[in-house]
Design a protein. Sequence first.
Length: 206
Amino acid sequence: MSTVIVVGTDTGIGKTVFAAGLTAALGARYWKPVQSGLEEATDSEIVAELTGAEVLSEAYRLNMPASPHLSAEDMGIEIDPARLALPQVSGPLVVEGAGGLMVPLNRQVFFLDVIAQWQAPVVLVARTALGTINHTTLSLMALRNAGCDVVGVAFVGDAEPDVEQTIAQMGNTRHLGRLPFIDTLSRDTLTDAFGAIDVDTIRSAL
């Protein structure tokens, strides 16, 4: 099995759209282990619509749009990390994390703890907006301290060449490209925009 983990520096930064583009580019399956918030389209539903790829069922579907540990507690349950073992599938698998790295799954375990146990290559998705240098370099530090294999950083947003280069240089990581904002999001427009991403480097890490 060839798995790549897509994680973000924060929530709402375009990580799901990036994960969809990567799923399509790799001809992969997609898995979102924990979904918090069911009122709007879920990340799995968005990826399925944008790619037509096989989407695996979430281990946890939580009603409230909040940190997973709070969403689970709202439903009277506790997330068991043992249920988050990587699915055994043939071919590549794209796994999308929930929010940022230090999102609690329960009162003892961060999502980063589970990612570290997976021992799969990680792509970090970061916005290009103000504050991204701090958030991205801290996330890189956390991943490496946990023993994760970081493939590189992919950016989402308007071009900020100096900022992006600073992160790549000072974070000692690969710049995997930038996915611009897409006005009309569809399979075709995402595929076109994803041509700016260094998929070959990600594929070689699998």
